[in-house]
Ligand binder design. Structure first.
Ligand SMILES: Cc1ncc(COP(=O)(O)O)c(C=O)c1O
Length: 511
């Protein structure tokens, strides 16, 4: 119990700060000055925000990595970061745009230079260092519209409906801001999947909107269940005004790819109930299962006919952070809106203008993602070789992760059809659950903390994403190299078996 109590103090340490203990300071005039911002005066909505993906486990892993905390393992924490190393065009184009003197260098291919010149011509003062229009650089928005039309097999895309954003996160938060209003029973309700990517719950609590959970069907590969949508909607109507439904496809943390039928059902439901649809499609290039295909909500909406595509309000989101580039540090992204009221559109531009513009380097990176090299261009072979290698390795790792996890007693993992994560269900023995409760932490948090301490593996507990009561999960990414991932999964298996044995031996002997 000593070890676990240390764990719990370390857990809380992630959020404490010694500075806070000293609420009063003497100033130069010898007067006592109290801090104006303390935990008592802090905006309660900020306090309410939770974001597990960068929560205490990751903080602790960082501390261990920097040698600030000791662990019993000899392994350094395996912190699963998102960036995928490719040498290719994104970085070249951003480098050329940032330092145009390089346009004279023979080290860069001509297609990278052409892209860079075009982007620079669209930038104020032909420089990435200038603010762009709030909606983004025109030629990049045009490229995005062309990309969407090609992706959606000819469904038209108007570049006036495209907005560059600071990663997809910024677009998602901006649209939610537009939608949240009212008080009491008329307060906006936001339907989100559970498990969810915690940006959604965090934004909802920050905006004091009402979170409406709809549960994905774990027994059916985390599919969307239309009956569950109706249930959640009807129950929520009693206490709020459901106005928007968010879908993450392919899913984070659940790794599923929704079928076209599921998407049609969601769109029909949104049409009937007058809901705004937000479709988070940042993993649209990350589909691994041969039985699955990515269908954009917009394309499916068009296929449902004019009654739908002329009315349903839809915002869909994409990003530089995922796919086969993983250029998350550029903070590039865009959103496409459909059927937005014209006056509201002006309000959206106004809202975005307040923050001036998304990073122009991120916009340039987004341009390369939607405008990859064509067969006649010099970077074509290298680019597609890297793309195939990255996506092929991710597909292999997705399958290996599912297979190895399913050999472990007490772990059950759905196929990782897409995105970058497995979200297996873990059995936690009742004694371990009791112990976690007595420590005031969730059982899967305790599990992940022990895993980190004993093996150096850093996973995120399922409770940070939401899960059905009484079930426990963790999220792991499939991003490490195949060799590293295999070692990691084997260590995880050994840890899990040891954990089960340890707590089984603590069970009351049966009479
Ligand atoms: C489902 C989902 N949406 C949005 C984001 C945010 O992406 P970005 O880096 O583009 O802000 C993420 C990041 O992990 C994500 O998984």
């Amino acid at each position: 119990y000593h070890r676990l109590s240390i764990m719990s103090t370390r857990y809380s340490r992630g959020y404490s700060n010694n500075e806070n203990k000293c609420l009063k300071k003497w100033n130069a005039n010898g007067k006592m000055r109290e801090k104006s911002l303390t935990m008592d005066t802090l905006n309660p909505q900020v306090k309410a925000v939770e974001y597990a993906v960068r929560g205490p486990i990751v903080t602790k892993a960082g501390d261990i990595e920097r040698g600030l905390q000791q662990v019993t393992t000899t392994y350094l924490p395996i912190i699963l970061t998102i960036h995928i190393n490719t040498s290719c065009l994104y970085v070249q184009v951003v480098a050329l745009c940032s330092f145009p003197e390089l346009l004279d260098s023979s080290s860069f291919p001509e297609d990278a230079k052409q892209r860079a010149r075009r982007i620079l011509q669209g930038c104020g003062g032909q420089s990435l260092g200038s603010y762009s229009a709030s909606q983004g650089v025109d030629c990049i928005r045009q490229d995005i519209a062309v990309y969407i039309e090609q992706r959606d097999k000819g469904v038209p895309a108007d570049w006036d409906n495209i907005y560059l954003t600071t990663g997809a996160s910024d677009g998602i938060v901006s649209i939610l801001k537009m939608l949240v209003s009212g008080q009491g029973r008329s307060r906006s309700g936001v339907m989100i999947p559970i498990p969810q990517y915690p940006l959604y719950s965090a934004a909802i609590s920050e905006m004091e909107a009402v979170q409406i959970n709809y549960y994905l069907d774990e027994d059916n590969c985390w599919a969307l269940d239309i009956n569950e949508l109706h249930r959640a909607y009807q129950a929520a109507k009693e206490h709020c005004h459901p106005r928007v439904i968010c879908i993450i496809n392919p899913g984070n943390p659940t790794g599923q790819v929704q079928s076209k039928k599921c998407i049609e059902e969601v769109l029909h439901f949104a049409y009937e109930e007058n809901l705004f649809v937000m479709s988070d499609e940042v993993y649209q290039d990350n589909v691994y299962s041969p039985d699955c295909q990515f269908h954009s909500f917009k394309k499916v909406l068009y296929e449902m006919g004019p009654e739908y595509f002329n009315t349903v309000e839809l915002a869909s989101f994409h990003s530089t952070s995922k796919g086969y580039s993983g250029e998350c540090g550029f903070r590039g992204g865009y959103m496409e809106v459909l059927n937005l009221d014209l006056e509201v559109k002006a309000q959206l531009v106004k809202l975005l203008s307040v923050r001036l513009c998304p990073p122009v380097s991120g916009q340039a990176a987004m341009d390369v993602i939607v405008n990859p090299p064509l067969p006649h261009e010099p970077s074509y072979l290298q680019f597609h070789k890297e793309k195939r290698a990255v996506l092929g390795a991710l597909a292999e790792k997705a399958q290996m992760t599912e297979q190895i996890l399913n050999t472990v007693p007490g772990i059950k993992c759905n196929p990782v059809q897409g995105a970058m994560y497995a979200f297996p269900r873990i059995f936690i023995p009742p004694r371990a659950v009791e112990e976690a409760m007595s420590l005031g932490i969730s059982p899967d948090m305790m599990y992940c903390l022990r895993l980190l301490e004993e093996t150096g593996i850093c996973l995120v507990p399922g409770s940070g994403f939401g899960q059905r009561e009484g079930t426990y999960h963790f999220r792991m990414t499939i991003l490490p190299t195949t060799e590293k991932l295999k070692v990691l999964l084997e260590k995880l298996r050994d840890f899990h078996i040891k954990f089960l044995k340890e707590y089984a031996s603590l069970e009351e002997p049966k009479r």
